[in-house]
Every structure is written in C-alpha cells, then in structure tokens.
Design a protein around this ligand. Structure first.
Ligand SMILES: [Fe+2]
Ligand SMILES: [Fe+2]
Length: 315
C-alpha cells in the first residue's frame, strides 16, 4: 500500500486540532478526580516546635524510624513536586492559557501544588527528614529551574508527561511502601492516584495525536523514549540518589521499561499504527531498539543488584 505523506502539522495546528480532545478529557478528569485535603493526612498532634526562633527541639535522625532510603526518596519526590513553577511555566508557554488547554494547565498546577504541600507538612510534623537540609535543597533545586528537552514541541511534551506522570505514580507508591509508615503510605497512595489521572489525560491526548498525525506522534515518542530523564534529574546528587532508589526497587530500569514505557506504548498501539511515512517507520524501529537496549541494561542492573544482596546476606 502506498501511503501519501501529508505535510507535518505546525505546533499551532496541533494545538487547535487537539483542543476538543482536551475539552473532553478535562470533563472526564473533573468527573473522576476526587477532592481531598492535605491537612487530613498529617498527624499534627505529633508535631513539636523546632529549635531556632522559637527555641524548640533541634531535629535529629532518631526522631523518625523511616529508613534512610525512604528519606532519600521522599526528598527526591518532594523536590520534584516543588519545582512546579518551572513546570507550569513550561506547559503554560507551550499549551497556552486560553480555552480548554488553559483550564487544564491551571487545574493541573493546582493539583500538583497540593502534592508538595501535603508531603512537606507530613515530613515536617513527623520529623522524618532534616528540615534545614530539605529547605536548602529546595532553594538549590528551584534556583536551577527546569527545562525539558523538547519544550517547544507539543507532541514531544505530551509523550514526555504521559511517561513522567506514570513514573511519578510508581515512585510515590513504592516510596510509601518502603517508609514502613502506614500513614505516609496512605498519603503517597492518594497522591499516586492523582498522578495516574494526569497520566491518563496526557496519554489520551497523545492517543488522539496518533490518529491526527501518526508519523509526528511516533517521532515524538521515539525521541522522548531515547532521552527520558526524570523531572527531578537536576536535584543535587540525583545520580547517587536515583541509584539508591533503584537498589531499593523504588524506581529502576526494569520498572521504567516494563511498568511505564510498555503499558503506555501498548495503549497507543504503537506496533499497529498505520499510515506512517518513512520517518514514522524509522521512529517506530527506534522505539523497538530502545526497548531492547533497556531490557539488556535492566538485566545487567538486576544481576549486579542480586550479587550485591547475596554479598550482604553472606557478610
Ligand atoms: Fe505530583
Ligand atoms: Fe502529576
């Protein structure tokens, strides 16, 4: 079958064509999203005044029994939520602030803001992490700002956030599990449910883009899969922290490939998309090659992790 290549849609045309899909999915989101209140998740009566201005008790690591790896993950996840002004700037600049796109951008920002508020209140009241180190890390991280690799391309950004929201969901869920604190887990599970709805919103939009401009959508997916970085990758010491989290099974390459990339790609039915031009076909092959490469890298990591655990068990 000969496919007649059509001219690529401009960024403006993509935004206009996708607007009705945004409106539908915004309605869906508002129907499904449950209202919840950060203050209800925080055990305020356990809080104590800190040292400094009010001359309370200085923080020490013995104040909480949350394991070190969970503290690392909580800080990474909170700093990731904290960088919201940069994310808002990115998506508001790209998607605009008018119509259904604008309504979504603002709603999404408000929901993400709730996540940072809730986690910070929880960590401060329960003394799970050093509040001084946390505040300094927040200043450093936010001062650096955030820019994603394809910030001027609508479909690349939609592909990125589809994966990123699911990645964040998994990271929150698994972090909750390793805290060993059922109340913290309850909060992070609540946040993870929001991240899942965000993922569905973006995934549906890119799904519609696959029908509208299949080759452009496939190119976007291939580029994003090739250089995916978690939004918190600018956090000081991120490489070390992310290895710690991977070793604890909070977020590792296997989860990234099997639990984030694959289910989303399956929803887009990327292997059966028709009407691709030469670049679209090449992009699909690149996605397949990336998945193979990730499979090998994940297997190597798992071998090293198993060997490390075996050494520790024998030590
Ligand atoms: Fe969030
Ligand atoms: Fe989210």
């Amino acid at each position: 079958m000969t496919v007649t290549p059509t001219a690529p849609l401009s960024q403006a045309a993509l935004l206009i064509e996708l607007e009705p899909v945004v409106a539908d999915n915004l309605d869906r989101h508002l129907r499904l999203a449950k209202e919840w209140f950060p203050h209800e998740y925080v055990p305020w009566s356990e809080g104590r005044t800190f040292d400094g201005i009010l001359d309370g008790e200085a923080w020490t690591s013995e104040h909480s029994s949350v394991p070190e790896v969970a503290r690392t993950a909580l800080v990474v996840n909170l700093l990731t939520e904290d960088n919201l002004p940069s994310y808002h700037h990115q998506i508001a600049s790209l998607f605009g602030r008018d119509g259904a796109w604008g309504t979504w951008v603002h709603r999404w920002t408000a929901e993400e803001g709730r996540h940072g508020t809730a986690i910070r209140d929880y960590l401060t009241v329960t003394r799970a992490v050093d509040p001084v180190a946390l505040e300094r890390a927040r200043m450093t991280h936010m001062s650096a700002g955030y820019a994603n690799a394809h910030d001027d391309e609508v479909l690349h950004s939609l592909a990125y956030v589809s994966f990123q929201e699911l990645a964040t969901r998994i990271s929150h869920r698994n972090t909750g599990r390793v805290t060993g604190d059922p109340r913290c887990e309850q909060l992070l599970t609540r946040i993870a449910a929001d991240e899942n709805l965000h993922m569905v919103f973006y995934r549906n939009l890119l799904g519609a883009a696959f029908e509208l401009a299949p080759s452009q959508a496939m190119r976007a997916v291939a580029d994003v899969v090739a250089d995916f970085q978690m939004p918190g990758n600018g956090i000081e010491g991120f490489a070390r922290k992310s290895v710690t989290m991977a070793l604890a099974g909070i977020y590792d390459l296997r989860q990234h490939r099997d639990d984030v990339l694959l289910p989303v790609l399956r929803q887009w039915d990327v292997w059966n998309v028709t009407g691709l031009d030469a670049d679209g076909e090449a992009a699909r092959e690149q996605v397949a090659a990336q998945l193979d490469g990730l499979d090998r890298a994940a297997a190597r990591f798992e071998e090293r992790r198993d060997a490390r655990q075996a050494r520790r068990a024998g030590a």
